[in-house]
Design a protein around this ligand. Structure first.
Ligand code: BMA
Length: 333
């Protein structure tokens, strides 16, 4: 079912899915078998979370954040037939030089993956004198080519659009600091060639307290935006500072199709907030951190992949037209 809304985009027949539980009135619901990836899924891992997946061949591929038992952050390739059961490589991705000489990378975390034109692009938080946005591409998830960092330190949550806008690559990001940043708004930047980035524009800011308190400390782009008839649907995280620290929840925004610096709608109420035990307990309690979504334009089904408590990976489901309706009704723009 697609509802009244005609959705744009590609069909994805085998998208992982579970129907809304009987009696559930929420716009999005958790997979009943969460978490889909446990913390010790590969021999070296202390935790696996904040990871990204895409359709690949007759199944799926992904890039996973696996922190090891020395709690070093790195990213690993993985493959799956159904999007739920994953084989993750035991060795981290080794990059070759892409559009520049090899640049230092002290650590890598929070990857996103996007298919654009002829290849998969990966962005992540790259340790280069502090966090900034690293970029690489791959054709097969075996060989990876690292490109120039997009920005000066410090920056996090770099998320590419899946197609060029006005002939240029476009990326959302969140300028930050070198620590557990107590602020953060979402910006957009453009590039003609995936090497030089500019035309930086502010997209959206934190909400003024107490308008929508779950997103009043910082916000960051989450999943690669999905093109719908109403604009770009993007899941993002919002953070509130509580007396026990940060709490990360998930909301949605709809950005103008031709000028995504313009926010059309944005959720006042969150779509998903830490409530399940695996979201409230872990290495960093109370974190729901979306990094990817799959979308089937035929049915309108959306599957979101999110990190839970910086420890494991979970999934949540919804219908794009219902999420858009909810976002419009709960609009805070
Ligand atoms: C951010 C990043 C994320 C993490 C989040 C919550 O600064 O480190 O990887 O999920 O904090 O701890």
């Amino acid at each position: 079912m697609t509802g009244k809304l005609k959705m744009e985009g590609q069909p994805l027949a085998g998208l992982p899915w579970e129907d809304r539980p009987a009696g559930c009135k929420d716009v999005m619901w958790r997979y009943s078998a969460n978490p889909i990836i446990g913390r010790y899924h590969i021999p070296s891992s202390n935790s696996i979370f904040n990871s990204a997946v895409v359709p690949f061949k007759d199944g799926y591929a992904g890039v996973f954040r696996c922190d090891n038992k020395a709690v070093q952050m790195n990213i690993f390739a993985g493959f799956s037939k159904d999007g739920i059961n994953w084989d993750i490589e035991h060795e981290p991705i080794r990059f070759k030089a892409g559009n520049t000489e090899m640049i230092d990378s002290d650590y890598k975390y929070d990857p996103r993956v996007t298919w654009i034109e002829d290849r998969y692009w990966i962005t992540w938080c790259n340790g280069y004198h502090g966090p900034t946005i690293g970029i690489a591409y791959t054709f097969d998830f075996k060989e990876f080519f690292q490109c120039e960092n997009a920005f000066l330190p410090f920056n996090r949550n770099g998320v590419l659009f899946p197609q060029k806008i006005d002939g240029k690559y476009a990326m959302l990001s969140r300028p930050s600091d070198n620590g557990h940043t107590p602020f953060g708004d979402i910006y957009i930047s453009y590039s003609p060639d995936m090497k030089y980035w500019g035309e930086h524009r502010c997209v959206m800011k934190v909400t003024p307290f107490p308008e929508s308190a779950w997103q009043c400390t910082k916000i960051g782009a989450g999943s690669v935006p999905i093109l719908t008839e109403e604009g770009w649907l993007m899941f993002y995280h919002g953070v509130i500072t509580t007396c026990n620290g940060f709490r990360y929840s998930m909301g949605a925004a709809i950005l103008d199709k031709d000028n995504p610096a313009k926010v059309l709608y944005r959720t006042r109420a969150y779509l998903l907030a830490p409530a399940a035990p695996y979201e409230m307990q872990g290495d960093v309690p109370n974190v729901v951190f979306p990094c990817a979504s799959l979308y089937d334009a035929t049915t309108g089904r959306v599957a979101v992949y999110y990190g839970c408590a910086d420890t494991v990976v979970g999934m949540a489901f919804g219908y794009a037209h219902e999420i858009i309706e909810f976002t419009k009704k709960n609009n805070i723009v």
